[in-house]
Design a protein around this ligand. Structure first.
Ligand code: APR
Ligand code: PHB
Length: 397
């Protein structure tokens, strides 16, 4: 078995692993990235697409934002729709910041191209099978082309998503899991049709939530709330458009044109946090440590925020051998994560219909939406969280 030696062994080439590898490279810290899937698979996986301004600044500031600046759609606000009427939350006016719509797989493509461009190791179809000795001299075992290999490293970054091997490698007694499942899911489509609105529209309706988003001036991304156990085959295209039109209808005749559906999928909704996000020299980042329901569009942004904190800790360690920032990694990330969890859970409960809701609950939903859209204080709270709370340190990390 061949053993490779590096400073940081990174498992997973999603937004967390790739951003970490990139920022470390800029600081002269070596890493090896292992990804179980093929390059094509990770570059075409359809996921969310809202970037906080802070995330955009990191991508641009680290030199991978050229296409993002060209193709990303900058949005100054979003709309909340209920009771047949839309209400705009103007982020720029309320908090002086904005968001950018740019698909996650495009961020992934840009980061992979950068890594390959400077010839740093990234192995696709290389599955990590074991992480060991992370209290002393960490090692990662992996399989590639039917053979076993090993990486010896100073630190392991578990960026392997919710179903990865790193979180389960930490003894259960050392982790506290906080979890909430929601009794609904999102059915998402990508359709070749011009978005019916320039801005995202979050809709609350008696039949359930609906969201209009987009990927480009020609491609719309739309979601409808459905049952969690729903079979996507029970949702022929006509039924999806019909349901979207019913939920998004306005009193002034909103028109939602349909178009060919390019992709269809069901996303379960959960809130999840694993504390403390680290064990010895193993660190968990992104979805490996936490999941938010997609209503607040925070998943990718939280992964990038974890990367900043770990990069800072590793830079300090390699410059001065000090471990303080590394030891505080989880604690520092979790302050932001819990606030994003709070915001995402709040947006989710405000905008969805729960099973067996009565008229009273419907009244509360409407009153909350009315309050959020008519009180400047409440709109500002939404805006401040949606664009992303400030980082506690300035700069790239
Ligand atoms: N070995 C190698 N790679 C692995 C392994 C393994 N054993 N297990 C998982 N992976 C890879 C997955 O194939 C995936 O590409 O780890 C990657 C994890 O990436 P993501 O799931 O995208 O997670 P993360 O980088 O934390 O990004 C968080 O992405 O999942 C969305 O909604 C989420 O927006 C959020 C963001
Ligand atoms: C998306 O465009 O995929 C998207 C937008 C906003 C969300 C979730 C997903 O809250």
């Amino acid at each position: 078995m061949v053993t490779l030696r590096t400073q940081v062994g990174i498992i997973g080439a999603g937004p967390a692993g790739l951003t970490l590898a990139h920022l470390l490279h800029l600081q002269g810290i070596e890493s090896v990235v292992l990804e179980r899937q093929s390059r094509e698979h990770v570059e075409t996986r359809v996921r969310a697409g809202v970037l906080e301004q802070g995330t955009v600044e990191i991508l641009i500031g680290s030199g991978v934002g050229e296409r993002l600046q060209r193709e990303g759609l900058q949005h100054r606000g979003v709309q909340l729709r209920f009771d047949g009427k839309s209400h705009r939350i103007d982020f720029q006016e309320l908090v002086g910041r904005s968001i950018t719509v740019y698909a996650q797989q495009e961020v992934v493509k840009d980061l992979i191209a950068a890594r390959i461009g400077y010839h740093e190791p990234i192995f696709f179809e290389a599955e990590a099978t074991q992480v060991a000795d992370f209290d002393a001299q960490p090692r990662v075992r992996y399989q590639q082309d039917g053979a076993s290999h090993e990486i010896a490293c100073d630190f392991i970054a578990g960026c392997d998503g919710f179903h990865g091997i790193c979180r389960p490698a930490i003894p259960a007694a050392a982790l506290k899991i906080h979890e909430r499942h929601y009794p609904f899911a999102w059915l998402g489509i990508l359709a070749r049709v011009a978005p019916a609105s320039e801005e995202l529209i979050y809709t609350y309706h008696e039949r359930g939530f609906a969201l209009l988003s987009m990927r480009s001036p020609e491609v719309s991304r739309l979601y409808v709330q459905c049952d969690p156990g729903e079979d996507v085959n029970h949702w022929p295209d006509d039924r999806i458009w019909e349901e979207l039109r019913t939920r998004m209808a306005t009193r002034d005749g909103f028109v939602l044109k349909d178009g060919p559906i390019l992709q269809k999928g069901i996303t379960p909704m959960r809130s999840f946090v694993a504390e403390p996000m680290q064990a010895g020299r193993l660190f968990l980042l992104g979805d490996a440590a936490h999941i938010v329901p997609p209503t607040g569009a925070k998943g990718l942004n939280l992964a990038v925020a974890d990367v900043r904190v770990l990069t800072r800790g590793l830079v300090e360690f390699y410059k001065s051998k000090k471990r303080d920032a590394l030891q505080q990694y989880g604690e520092r990330c979790l302050r932001r994560i819990w606030k994003a969890q709070r915001f995402s859970a709040w947006m989710t409960s405000m905008l969805h219909r729960f099973p067996n809701e009565d008229d009273f609950s419907h009244g509360i939903h409407l009153a909350e939406l009315d309050y959020v859209t008519s009180s400047r204080a409440a709109s500002t709270t939404l805006a401040e969280n949606y664009v992303g709370l400030p980082f506690d340190t300035p700069g790239l990390f």
